[in-house]
Design a protein around this ligand. Sequence first.
Ligand code: FMN
Length: 154
Amino acid sequence: MNIGIIIYSHTGNTLSVGEKIMEALLDKGHSVRLEQISAENDDPQVKGPIRLTMIPDPSPYDAVIFGGPVAGAQLSPFMKEYLTRLPALRDKKAACFVTQHFKLKWMGSTRAVKQITRAVTQRGAPVIASGIVQWSSEAREEQIQKVVDSLSRI
Ligand SMILES: Cc1cc2nc3c(=O)[nH]c(=O)nc-3n(C[C@H](O)[C@H](O)[C@H](O)COP(=O)(O)O)c2cc1C
């Protein structure tokens, strides 16, 4: 399968998980490309409009995995902006994951997964797997492995 991993990552946590998912998918024989979303002003405290400079196109892929961080107890505004620009995703498989600092899902990750899921589902692709990594958790490595295992089964 031709799989795209589309990531927004400010400090590299989400990117590092995306790279592990990519390795696992490559090991399974898939064709995989990891693409990053970027913005003109990458300041996470950004006020005002976000201007994206890299807007990865999911159209070429059979399956797309979206990953982004939590910011302010919800999905990062950069990832939210990207999701507003998503084209139709009919006939594609989709999955998503988020990373957050805190160990409590109500501190943003549950909401962030829902936000990605809603946007992707509205474009016609059901989200068949999702995952959360809590960076400050002692169980972080196990969480990463769980996300890699689950999302590489897409
Ligand atoms: C502006 C800002 C707001 C954040 N808000 C939250 C939050 O509400 N809850 C949380 O668990 N982590 C929060 N974090 C931490 C990030 O979600 C976490 O470090 C994430 O793994 C960063 O991913 P990245 O390295 O891919 O950018 C925040 C980080 C930033 C910079």
